[in-house]
Design a protein around this ligand. Structure first.
Ligand code: F6P
Length: 524
C-alpha cells in the first residue's frame, strides 16, 4: 500500500468494530474486569506480555481482551502500518509538512563500508560525524583543565541528553568532568549555576538545531558575558556549538561546530551530536553502547511480526485506551531514581509529536490523539498522587518501569523498591472491598509493567528507541505527522512582540487582560 494515501484509523473497517466491542467491553451484561480475566485465562500473563531487546513488557494488567487485540491488529494492517514503518526506516520523507525524512534510526545503524546503495554517501557522513563528536568528547574527558561542561539548549536540545546523563550517573556509568544543563529561559537557572564555575576550566556547549531559539540564545549570551567578565580569553576554545545552522553559530562567535542534519528532529536528536554532553559524561564506548541498544530495538521494530512487535503493541494499547475506553492520560512511574526526568522527556516526545488535532493532510480529527503524559519516579509518587490513581473517580493507566539489578549494594532498599512497584500495580488491579467508603478501592485499574535487567547505556538506548517507535506507531494509526510542531510557533511570535512592550509599556492593540498584566509586570 502507498503509505502516503493510507487510510486513517477512523476510515477502516476495524474502527466501528472496535467501537462496538468497546461498548460491550465497558457496558455489556458482564463488563470486562481484570480480576475475572485472570481467573478465566491462566495464560493471560503469557498472552499479553512480550520480550523485546533489553525490555520485557507485561501488558496483561491492562483493560484489553483477545477480541480487542485482534481488532487492533486488523486496524494496523488496514492503516498500512507496515508500509509506513518501512518508509520511516528507509529515510523517505515521512515528515510531509516539512518535506523531510525522520531518519534518526540511521544515526544508530552500524556503519558497513562495503554497502552499495544511494544512501551510502550519507551513511559515511553519519559515521564520520559520530567519530568526530566522540573524538572531541574523549579529548574533553582527557583534558584535566576542563572540570565543568555546561550544555545550553532547550526542548530536544536538552531533555534527552539531560535525562540520559542523569540516568547513567545514577547507574554509576559516568566519569570525567561535571556536566551541567541549562535550559530554562528563566535567568534564575543560569544565574544559580555560573557562580559555582571557573571560567578557565569550563566548556560551554550551545545546542540548538535552528540556532534561533530565543531562550538558548539568551542563555548563551549570558554565559559568554559572564565568561568575559571573569577574565576568560579564549571564546573559541571554551564555546562549541551543535546545530544545523552553522552560519548563525559562527556569527555568534563559535568556530568549533558539530553539525546535524535537518532530517534529525529535535526530540529525536539524542543520537546525533546533540548527544555530545552525554558522550562527555559516559565516554565514546558508552555512547556507542547506547546506539547499539537503540539499534537492537530498531531491528525488532523493523522485523518483528505485528503481533509480537512491542512498540506497535504499546501504540495499539494507546489507541484503544484513548479512543475507545476514554482514558486520555498516562502516568509514567519509573522505579529508578536515575529515570526521574523520563516523564519530562516523554512529555516532549509524545505530546509534541502526537498532540495534534489535524491529520497529515490538514483534515480535522474527530478522535483523541496524544494522551496527557506525566509522572514521577517511584516511590516518591506513591506519597503524592497515587491516592488519586487508586481511589479518584478517573481511571488513569500507569506505566511502571522497574530495573532488576541495582547499581548500589543496598539490597534491602532495592527489594523494598521492587516490592513497592509490584504492590502498586497489583493494588490498582485487585482493589479492596470495604463497607467503609474511605477504605474501598475499586480496583480493575490498568497498568503496564516494563522490566529492565539492569540500567546501562545499551538498555537505556533500547528503552528510548522503544518509546520513539511507539510514538511513531500511534501517530501512524492516527494519520498524523508526528514530526512537525507548528503548535509551538504562535506563542513564540506573541512573546517576541510582547518583550519590547514590557520595556516601553505600549499596550496598543492588546486585549484588556494581557494589557492589565503587562502593566503590572513592568519594572517599577
Ligand atoms: O519550540 C519547540 C522546539 O522547536 C522543539 O521542537 C525543539 O526541540 C526545541 O524547540 C529546541 O529547538 P532548537 O534545538 O532549534 O533550539
Amino acid at each position: 500500500m502507498d503509505w502516503k494515501t493510507r487510510p486513517r484509523c477512523d476510515e477502516t473497517a476495524a474502527w466501528p468494530l472496535l467501537q462496538a466491542h468497546a461498548r460491550h467491553f465497558l457496558k455489556g451484561a458482564e463488563p470486562f474486569d481484570l480480576r475475572t480475566a485472570f481467573v478465566a485465562d491462566e495464560q493471560r500473563f503469557e498472552r499479553f506480555s512480550q520480550q523485546a531487546p533489553y525490555v520485557f513488557a507485561d501488558l496483561s494488567k491492562n483493560l484489553i481482551d483477545a477480541r480487542a487485540q485482534e481488532l487492533l491488529l486488523q486496524l494496523a494492517r488496514e492503516c498500512g502500518f507496515e508500509d509506513h514503518r518501512q518508509a520511516l526506516l528507509t529515510g523517505e520523507e515521512v515528515n510531509t509538512a516539512e518535506q523531510r525524512a525522520a531518519w534518526h534510526t540511521l544515526l544508530r545503524e552500524p556503519y558497513s563500508p562495503g554497502r552499495e546503495d544511494a544512501s551510502q554517501g550519507l551513511r559515511e557522513e553519519v559515521a564520520t560525524s559520530l567519530a568526530d563528536m566522540l573524538a572531541f568528547a574523549e579529548a574533553v574527558r582527557a583534558d584535566a583543565s576542563i572540570t565543568d561542561v555546561v550544555n545550553i539548549g532547550i526542548g530536544g536540545s536538552d531533555l534527552g541528553p539531560r535525562m540520559a546523563a542523569q540516568t547513567l550517573r545514577a547507574a554509576g556509568v559516568t566519569s570525567g568532568p561535571r556536566v551541567h544543563f541549562v535550559a530554562n529561559g528563566d535567568g534564575h537557572e543560569i544565574s544559580e549555576l555560573l557562580p559555582a564555575l571557573d571560567a578557565a576550566h569550563t566548556l560551554f556547549i550551545v545546542v540548538s538545531k535552528t540556532f534561533g531559539t530565543a531562550e538558548t540564545l539568551l542563555n548563551a549570551k549570558a554565559a559568554r558575558q559572564w565568561f568575559l567578565a571573569q577574565g576568560g580569553t579564549d571564546v573559541a576554545r571554551h564555546f562549541v556549538g551543535v546545530t544545523c545552522n552553522v552560519e548563525a553559530a559562527s556569527q555568534f562567535g563559535i568556530s568549533r561546530v558539530f553539525s546535524i542534519w535537518d532530517w534529525v528532529g529535535g526530540r529525536y536528536s539524542l543520537w546525533s551530536a546533540v548527544g555530545l554532553p552525554l558522550a562527555i559524561a559516559i565516554g565514546s564506548e558508552g555512547f556507542r553502547a547506547l546506539l547499539a541498544g537503540a539499534s537492537a530495538m530498531d531491528q525488532h521494530f523493523a522485523s518483528a511480526p505485528i503481533e509480537t512487535n512491542l512498540p506497535l503493541r504499546l501504540a495499539l494499547l494507546d489507541v484503544w485506551q484513548c479512543d475507545f475506553l476514554g482514558l486520555r492520560s498516562r502516568c509514567v512511574a519509573p522505579y529508578h531514581h536515575g529515570l526521574r526526568r523520563l516523564p519530562a522527556y516523554l512529555q516532549q516526545l509524545e505530546m509534541e509529536s502526537n498532540g495534534k488535532g489535524v491529520d497529515a493532510s490538514g483534515r480535522a480529527l474527530s478522535f483523541s490523539t496524544s494522551p496527557v503524559v506525566w509522572g514521577e519516579a517511584g516511590s516518591n509518587g506513591q506519597h503524592a498522587f497515587f491516592q488519586m490513581l487508586h481511589q479518584g473517580p478517573e481511571v488513569i493507566p500507569v506505566e511502571f518501569i522497574a530495573v532488576r539489578e541495582p547499581a548500589h549494594s543496598l539490597q534491602d532498599q532495592h527489594r523494598s523498591l521492587l516490592a513497592n512497584a509490584l504492590a502498586q500495580a497489583r493494588a490498582l488491579m485487585i482493589g479492596q472491598t470495604s463497607a467503609c467508603g474511605h477504605r474501598n478501592f475499586p480496583g480493575n485499574r490498568p497498568s503496564t509493567f516494563l522490566l529492565l535487567e539492569r540500567m546501562d547505556p545499551t538498555t537505556l538506548g533500547a528503552l528510548l528507541a522503544l518509546y520513539e517507535h511507539r510514538v511513531f506507531s500511534s501517530g501512524s494509526l492516527w494519520g498524523i505527522n508526528s514530526f512537525d510542531q507548528w503548535g509551538v510557533e504562535l506563542g513564540k511570535t506573541i512573546a517576541a512582540d510582547l518583550a519590547p512592550r514590557l520595556a516601553s509599556g505600549d499596550a496598543a492593540g492588546l486585549d484588556a487582560s494581557t494589557a492589565g498584566l503587562l502593566a503590572r509586570l513592568r519594572p517599577s
